[in-house]
Design a protein around this ligand. Structure first.
Ligand SMILES: [Zn+2]
Length: 300
């Protein structure tokens, strides 16, 4: 059974004029149920993880400032969302969704979170629509509970997973692999264990060749027993923020490559959503929906 974390709090209401496509957190599950890819029983309601799991990854002072809504104006501006108690609660649910989905992935081979992939959050600060880092919290949870020995983060969002890279800079149990637009945000990149910066406008074929080469090399080298896949769809040519040139089909082949590799190697994979900012919301939903369709086809 494909288990999927979803909460109605994921689609957070933003002030008028804010251009972030919040609607996708409701439209995507609606589409997946409507077309029959998922039914209601696939979804589970995420809950906040116990605070000590958050503190394992994030600075206590920063968490306190978040909870008391005491971040400075510039800290809030970097995050890009207006800070409120509800926003912090939403973020906590997203964290819990990824942790629980990771446990379901151990059971079923794959599990997913309708939100998450908040890879720009550092230990003591957030940026780029990310307050806390669900990838890092989930990886630390699995390692600390001795559920896995070696995690591989496959971050294929168009933006570098800078927060995740920094959080695991000195951790041999988590290998961070990020393939991203070289000219995309963040301007200052961190050092992942493996970075593959891509030129503007790169198309399906060149992208998929690079992914295949690097993904198989890394899996052969580190032999992960768990994969966290950040499947952002801002790699699409139609994306307003991304500078790459993938088609919707190319993006689907990307996901197929990751899932096939995980499935054939019996490596559980937790998939979190990441970005997607195409002008047409239907393209964002279609590209994200493909990830779920493939998970059903390949694993079940
Ligand atoms: Zn992104």
């Amino acid at each position: 059974m494909l288990k999927v974390a979803y909460s109605k709090n994921y689609a957070f209401s933003l002030p008028e004029g804010h251009r972030f496509p919040m609607e996708k957190y409701d439209l995507l599950p609606e589409q997946l149920v409507y077309e029959g890819t998922l039914s209601r029983e696939n979804f589970f309601q995420p809950e906040s993880p116990e605070m000590h799991w958050i503190h394992r990854t994030h600075d206590k002072n920063y968490i306190l400032k978040l909870q008391n809504e005491e971040l400075s104006r510039s800290e809030i501006r970097k995050i890009g969302f207006p800070l409120s108690r509800k926003l912090v609660e939403r973020e906590m649910e997203i964290m819990g969704g990824s942790v629980k989905a990771s446990l379901y992935a151990m059971e079923y081979g794959v599990a997913m979170n309708i939100a998450g992939g908040t890879h720009h959050a550092f230990s003591d600060r957030g940026e780029g629509f990310c307050l806390l880092n669900d990838i890092a919290i989930s990886a630390n949870y699995l390692i600390d509970n001795h559920l896995v020995n070696q995690v591989l983060v496959v971050d294929l969002d168009v933006h570098q997973g800078n927060g995740t890279a920094a959080l695991f800079q000195n951790c041999s149990e988590v290998f961070t692999f990020s393939m991203h637009g070289a000219a995309n945000y963040p301007l200052h990149k961190e050092h992942s264990d493996l970075d593959v910066p891509l030129p503007d406008g790169i198309g399906d074929q060149a992208y998929l060749e690079l992914l295949e080469e690097n993904l198989y090399a890394v899996v052969g080298q580190i032999r992960p027993d768990f994969i966290i896949f950040q499947s952002g769809v801002d790699v699409l040519k139609s994306d307003k923020l991304g500078r790459l040139g993938l088609s919707i089909q190319g993006c689907k082949e990307r996901d197929r490559m990751v899932f096939n590799m995980a499935n054939s190697g019996n490596i559980p994979v937790m998939c979190c959503m990441g970005g997607g900012y195409s002008a047409k919301i239907s393209e964002i939903i279609e590209a994200h929906a493909n990830t779920y369709r493939l998970a059903q086809d390949i694993f079940f």
